[in-house]
Design a binder for this molecule. Sequence first.
Ligand code: HEM
Ligand code: HEM
Length: 191
Amino acid sequence: MSLRSSAGRWGSVAQSFHWIIVALILVQAAIGLYMVGLPKRPSIIPIYNFHKSLGLTILLLAVLRLAWRAVDRRPDMPAGMSQAQALGARIGHVLLYGLLFAVPLSGWLFDSASNLRPLYWWGWLKLPHLVEADKAFAQTAQTLHVAIFWALAVVAAGHAAIALVHHFVNRDDVLRRMLPFGRARTSRSQP
Ligand code: HEM
Ligand code: HEM
C-alpha cells in the first residue's frame, strides 16, 4: 500500500494517523473518566501525569496529521454522493479536527490555570504554562475540558455511525478506503 493517498484510497500514513489517534483517544477517555473518580491522594498524581502526557501526545499527533494532510491529497468523494452530503462530510470532518485540538488544549489550559505543579511531557520535557494561575479561570477551563470532551464523543460516535451506514447500507467504499486491508468494491475507487 502506498504511503500517500490516491483518488480512491487513503494512504498508509493518513490511515495510521486516523486509527492510532482513535485508539489513543479511547484509552485517554477511559483514564480520564476513571481518574476523576479516585479519592484525592498524592498516589493519584502519576495517573494524572500519565493522562496529561498522553493527551499532549494526542495533540502532537493531531498537529503532525494536519501537516501531513497539507502535503497529501484527499481521496475523491465517492460516486453518487450529493453536493449536500459532500458538504456535510466536510463540515463534520472540520468539526472533528477542531475538537481534536480543543480537548487537549482545554486540558492544558486547566492545568496551567490551576498551577499545581510544573507540566512535564513523559517526565522529561518541561512545557510552559499557557496562562497565569487563576482559580476562577481554572474552573471554567475544567468545565470546558469536560464539555468539549463530551462534544467530541458525540460527534465521533455520529461520524463512526455514518461510516458504518456507508459500508453496510450504501455499500460504497468510504470505510474500506480508510482500512489497511480494505479492497475497493467499485472499479472507480481503485487507485
Ligand atoms: C485528547 C486528549 C484528552 C482527552 C480525550 C481527555 C479526556 C478527559 C476526560 C474524559 C476527563 C474526565 C472528565 C470528568 O468526567 O470530569 C479528563 C479530565 C482531566 N484532564 Fe483530560 N483529556 C485529554 C487531554 C488532557 C490534557 C492534555 C491535559 C493536561 C495537560 C488534561 C488534563 C486533565 C485533568 C487535570 C483532568 C481532571 C479534571 C478534574 O479534576 O475534574 N487532559 N480528561
Ligand atoms: C475519536 C474518534 C474519531 C475521530 C476523532 C475521527 C476523525 C476523523 C477525521 C478528522 C477524518 C477526516 C480525515 C481527513 O479528511 O483528513 C476522518 C475520516 C474517516 N473516519 Fe474517522 N474518526 C474517529 C473514529 C472513526 C471510527 C470509529 C470510524 C469507523 C467506524 C471512522 C471512520 C472514518 C472513515 C471511513 C473516514 C474517511 C472518510 C472519507 O473518506 O471521506 N472514524 N475521521
